[in-house]
Design a protein around this ligand. Structure first.
Ligand code: NDP
Ligand code: A1CAB
Length: 275
């Protein structure tokens, strides 16, 4: 145990207050954490000031974050991980818990940069954390006990669902659910554009498609039926839907999605490779 870790409180420190950092921070506070037991370390002074003003949290440097919190959530870009780990190494010990959400960065890579025995849990959440509908997968590093993983699961469970997976699956998870919201937003954007092409006002097209997305997502989650069954129920013989599906297949949309998600997984692995 380092001197700093011995004095660390039971709070949470968020290192990196960008897009996902803010989503997690807002969720933690909605879920009952208080600004008094949550600190943020954010490089950009303007961004730090925004987070302090919006959420009432204290912003601190990385060393202070480690002194004040036992659990540190690393929400910085993968490209910044080595710099951050160099900052953390002198102030982190086995009594801390590091929860990394950085795409591609393996627990081994984090552990190697720190004192022996520091528990690390690697996670992949997504931005629906902002509305408590996140999907998060978690994996334990070499020194993380069941209790450490349970701590990470409880923390992330406040903002949505959590599953435990082997770390070997996390690049695929990143490509599917980590990046996944962007694919749905892209699809919705394109469908709204189709409404414009057909002469509908943009606000009406957006209302139609957003509610359709919510309805379809709710059926996917709650009906217990396979997506194929749900699609077949919409697809009347000789009707409109099959005309659209034929075009989607002719344009290779299924293959494009599979290739896109494969590319995201490859990118996750590349980001995680030692620099
Ligand atoms: N956005 C998403 O949907 C998801 C992102 N992730 C992962 O979360 C991480 C963050 O992503 P995202 O929020 O999109 O990125 P952002 O760039 O929005 O946020 C990262 C923030 O951390 C700051 N930062 C960098 N280094 C440090 C440091 N040493 N100390 C304190 N702050 C620092 C950055 O400053 P600066 O801009 O100057 O670098 C930036 O403001 C990534 O690793 C990503 O893979 C995981 C799941 C979903
Ligand atoms: O685009 C990215 O790299 C991050 C990881 C998952 C979602 N956003």
């Amino acid at each position: 145990m380092t001197e700093d870790s011995a004095g660390a409180g039971d709070g949470i420190a968020l290192i990196g207050g960008g897009k996902i950092g803010e989503a997690l921070l807002s969720g933690l506070l909605r879920g009952g954490r208080t600004p008094g037991d949550t600190v943020v370390s954010e490089k950009h002074p303007e961004r730090a000031a925004y987070l302090a003003e919006t959420y009432g949290v204290t912003t601190v440097d990385v060393a202070e974050a480690a002194a004040r919190a036992r659990t540190l959530v690393l929400a910085i870009k993968p490209q910044d991980i080595d710099t951050l780990l160099a900052q953390l190494a002198p102030v982190i010990g086995p009594d801390h818990l590091l929860v990394s959400v950085a795409a591609g960065i393996t627990t081994t890579r984090i552990e190697r940069a720190l004192a022996d025995g520091v528990p690390v849990v690697r996670c992949m959440p997504n931005t629906p954390a902002l509305v408590d509908q996140a999907m998060t997968a978690v994996s334990a590093g070499a020194h993380a006990t069941d209790e450490h993983v349970a701590t990470a699961e409880a923390m992330l469970g406040v903002v949505g669902r959590v599953v435990r997976v082997p770390e070997s699956q996390l690049d695929a998870v990143t490509a599917l659910s980590g990046s996944g919201p962007a694919y749905f937003f892209f699809l919705v954007e394109a469908m709204i554009d189709a409404g414009i092409l057909l002469g509908l006002p943009r606000t009406l097209a957006a209302e139609l498609i957003v509610q359709t997305a919510v309805g379809a997502a709710t059926m996917l989650r709650d009906s217990g039926e396979h997506p194929v069954q749900l699609r077949e129920a919409v697809t009347s013989p000789g009707g409109t839907t099959i005309s659209a599906i034929r075009e989607l297949e002719a344009h290779g949309v299924r293959a494009a999605l599979i290739a896109a998600i494969e590319a995201a997984a490859v990118r996750s692995a590349v980001l995680g490779a030692d620099g």
